[in-house]
Ligand binder design. Structure first.
Ligand code: PGA
Length: 250
């Protein structure tokens, strides 16, 4: 049985001070659960978030990292810096990074491999635009993104990764994919993983759905066969996040 996960993606929101306040509010609301809970926070909020979450099972994730360990890369944050700060997860290849910061499948792959090397769990994002969906190329595109992200990743490392299917047209738009649409693509992702790594790994790897997840749709989405939880943007900054984590009680 795959353990469900609900990860918040705070994006470029919350100052360090606001981070401590939000964690103080959310922590007691998401502590009594059998779901893995992760807060992916801006780089500058990592240290106060780790401090605010010590003695808790809630994991801290970064929203991005560079694939080099140190050197003349002004403004970048390295995987070893994240690991040393107490980070356990890192979002890689979010569509906003692909769109605004030119992240390619090749860069995503370098980051995935580097994260694994430093024992960070990558949350690997994939997803299609509305135009691609309308052209009927969604599954082919997602397959290409997944194959690219997992290039040269061993089976023992692949199984530790988390995949997040996030249709771009559903991110921040309030236009959620139907649970059938989300399930179809998550199943396609699992098939792609099966074709690369075999059934055992395909059955174990966790695949999240992201894109306008809220308290009203979480239960339906997360009870689909191939959806193992969610990557939540907007609703992760509000007490609503706790309802999503506790979706079984909705
Ligand atoms: P959203 O964002 O929940 O605000 O749509 C999801 C994401 O981008 O990870």
């Amino acid at each position: 049985m795959r353990k469900k996960m609900v990860a918040g993606n705070w994006k470029m929101n919350m100052t360090p001070r606001e981070t401590v306040e939000l964690i103080r509010t959310l922590k007691p609301m998401v502590s009594d659960t059998d779901v893995d809970v992760v807060f992916c926070v801006p780089a500058i909020d990592i240290v106060p978030a780790v401090e605010a979450l010590k003695d808790s099972d809630i994991g801290i994730g970064a929203e991005n990292m560079f694939y080099e360990e140190k050197g003349a890369y002004t403004g970048e944050v390295s995987p070893n810096m994240l690991a040393d700060a107490g980070v356990s997860y890192v979002i890689v290849g979010h569509s906003e990074r692909r769109q605004y910061f030119n992240e390619t499948d090749e860069i995503v792959n370098k980051k995935v491999r580097k994260a694994i090397e430093h024992e960070l769990t990558p949350i690997i994002c994939c997803g299609e635009t509305l135009e691609q969906r309308e052209q009927g190329v969604t599954l082919d595109l997602i397959k290409k993104q997944i194959v690219g992200a997992f290039m040269h990743v061993s089976p023992e490392n692949a199984v530790k990764c988390i995949i997040a299917y996030e249709p771009i047209w559903a991110i921040g738009t309030g236009r959620v994919a139907s649970s059938a649409q989300a399930q179809e693509v998550c199943q396609g992702i699992r098939t792609t993983i099966r074709n690369i790594y075999g059934s055992v790994i395909a059955e174990q790897i966790r695949i999240l759905y992201g894109g306008s997840v809220n308290a009203g749709n979480a239960k339906e989405l997360f009870t689909e066969e191939d959806i193992d939880g969610g990557l939540v943007g907007g609703a992760s900054l509000k007490p609503e996040f706790a309802k999503i984590v506790n979706y079984k009680k909705l």
